[in-house]
Design a protein around this ligand. Structure first.
Ligand code: GLP
Length: 248
């Protein structure tokens, strides 16, 4: 079941998303949370930090697994996802760093280890996702199949273009990444997807109302067994609103 939460602004939708995540943590203090990077979750993480500082939630016994990491970037590289997570969430809350997990961006033969890490969690309670302009989730790019487990991914030109805004030049963007598989994402108990801005409006409509196809990896979420909560702003939902007004 897909539940769309429309915020007037990115901030309003991010607060709604933080509440969905916080409810899981409040109901299960040792929750396993699947985390994501990109610009979309940043305000949601800020709100979670606010909640932590206000004493509303604690990450003390929470475990986390991240979706993905660039190949070739060490955790202390300022564009690595390990660095991102530390800067945007981990360093500001009481999570035990030993309970946080990301694929290592340095080892290409990392997939099996990360599969074992995910398996050892005994199930992810809530998986946070952003969505790429081409419909990727994690770094699962458009393909002929849905990857089941962690895999080494060749990034598409469109993803390299999109992510080059964070690097000094396009040449510096890694061309490969390690990503949790779609099969693993689909095993979570709940999915929380955040998307903002007009640029995401076409792909959100395709993902949730178009055919389910590995060419639009996020479309697989239409087959998710539990609840998919989509927290987005009006701009990102504009095409859905126009074509499927009943959905919002
Ligand atoms: C990256 C990440 C994805 C993320 C996507 C969208 O490529 N691997 O996990 O969802 O970009 O990013 P943004 O939220 O910045 O639009």
């Amino acid at each position: 079941m897909i539940r769309i939460v429309c915020g007037k602004t990115e901030q309003e939708a991010s607060v709604a998303a933080a509440n969905v995540m916080a409810d899981v943590i409040k109901s299960k203090s040792n929750a396993v949370i699947g985390l994501a990077t990109g610009s979309s979750p940043i305000n949601m993480y800020k709100e979670l930090i606010r909640m932590y500082e206000a004493g509303e939630i604690s990450f003390k016994n929470v475990k986390s697994v991240n979706l993905d990491e660039y190949v070739g970037l060490a955790p202390d590289h300022d564009q690595s996802y390990a660095y991102f997570m530390n800067e945007n969430l981990f360093k500001s809350v009481d999570i035990d760093k030993a309970n946080t997990n990301l694929p290592s961006g340095l080892a290409e033969a990392e997939c099996k280890r990360y599969d074992a890490v995910i398996e050892s969690m005994g199930g992810v309670d809530i998986q946070l996702l952003g969505i790429g302009n081409n419909g990727h989730i994690g770094f699962n790019e458009p393909d002929t199949h849905f990857p089941k487990t962690t895999s080494l991914v060749e990034l598409t030109d469109s993803t390299i273009d999109a992510n080059s805004r964070f690097f000094a030049s396009r040449e510096l963007v890694p061309t490969k990444a390690i990503s949790m598989g779609i099969g693993q994402i689909m095993k979570a108990d709940k999915i929380l997807l955040v998307a903002f801005g007009k640029g995401k409006s076409e792909i959100l409509e395709k993902a949730f109302f178009g055919p389910v196809t590995p060419e639009v990896p996020a479309s697989v979420l239409q087959f998710f067994k539990g609840e998919v909560v989509v927290c987005a702003d009006e701009a990102a939902l504009s095409v859905i609103k126009e074509k499927h007004p009943e959905a919002i």
